[in-house]
Design a protein around this ligand. Sequence first.
Ligand SMILES: [Zn+2]
Length: 405
Amino acid sequence: MLRAVDEDAGATAEPAMEPAMATLDDARQEKARRFARQRQALMLVNLGISAVVIAVLLFSGLSFWLRDALQFAAGWQPIPGWEPLRIALYFIVLGAVVAIIDAPLTWYSGYVLPHRYGLSTQRVGAWLLDGAKSLAISLPIEILAVLFVYLLLAVSPNAWWLWTGLAMLLFTVVLANLAPILLLPLFYKLTPLPDGDVKQRALALAAQAHTRVRGIYSMNMSAKTTAANAAVMGLGNTRRIVIGDTLLNHYTPDEIEVVVAHELGHQVHRDIPKLIIVQSVTMLGGLYLVNLALHAVVGAFPAYQGLSDPATMPLVAAVLGIFGLVVLPLTNGFSRVVERQADGYALESTGKVAAFISAMTRLANQNLAELSPSPLVEFFLYNHPSIGNRLAFARTYAEKRGKAR
Ligand SMILES: [Zn+2]
């Protein structure tokens, strides 16, 4: 089992790491494997449902039927070829149908499973409230985005994808900047790290990194989960490191220090801007493929009334969905490289290999993270190296450093 470590147990005063070193819990690893298998099965079911829904919409004529049923909303065309009311209604009706079809799976994978494995601490009311909040934020943004794209399709049928890509880049940058101060506080309470040992260590690491940290925050993850995590967030003036209280409360100061060093590594390497660029370029590729598909299909099937016909939405979803699956291993692979570099930075800047290994082991136990998933699963789905690989990396690092001396 996880050995609880008291914050004030004085681990800093003890010279040796041994008493606090976490050891891998075999029973929890067995549980982690079961949990992973179930989540992967659910993911495949979800993917299958999405594929069937889109195929039905594309090939049954249902998409045209819905468009025609919304004819009453087609009158208002502020710009010729752009029917904002019909487009919005089409999107909302379709979105609602998909949400209803997905509801049992959403409930099972989002609420039932994490509770069964003891990972969620949320009651059903709080869980539903979080879902309602997410919907209230994302739905208006999604509707505006769809209206904007269909406006571009109407006025700029050949360059719409380029404008859409640029607009998305701009939106991503603004969102990355605002998310930690505007969105995150809607779901979590963030408090600046209190003065003390951990903060002193973090400040020393930041000084060593020559990076201007705009703040290190503790986040009350324990209100929702038993899992531990930390992250860098924000862009420009909102750049910050956020550490879950689930981590702060159960890890030794040395372990917290290597985690903070890892997150600082992301800041030093400018990983958030890098990820935004990779995402945007990838998205542009996807949008270009949608453009090709739209022109080909709309040209070949007269039932489509043009590129800006709302009935093209399932086609857009199909192309983006398939494209997303194909590039998923690439973007995940890029993320794994970036995470490995941050691990390297953490080891290099602290020199605390034992604490790193202990922290990773503790994470595997606590978060039910599979130590060694199948390489195929890791290749497709993991945006961090598996913990087994991170441990191996740390051991190799220690060996190399030993030889260098
Ligand atoms: Zn990371």
